[in-house]
Design a protein around this ligand. Sequence first.
Ligand SMILES: [Zn+2]
Length: 103
Amino acid sequence: MPTGSLDSLARPAGTAADGGAATRPLPDIARALRSTTQPRRCIVGRWLDGLNTTDRAEIDEWLASGGRKSSVVRVARSRGYSGSPSMWYSHTNSGCSCPVSAA
Ligand SMILES: [Zn+2]
């Protein structure tokens, strides 16, 4: 009787369990891709949410009248905004995670 067959009988249980775990689908990713819940607001959106309506209207008016975004970024930074300037460009161009209607 070959001695190798005893070794192979002792091993398979562990390796089979590992292989099963690796090929299992990731339920979190599947759920996230199909999710219809509102995406999280970007850092700009969350900063704007913290302003009062007067200040928010002031910024909207400034941008709508062709005001420079860099001026808004400068003012925002002096009032607690800690994100990058580029986030302002993606936020105002609807390239962020904010719902379009609320941007
Ligand atoms: Zn945004």
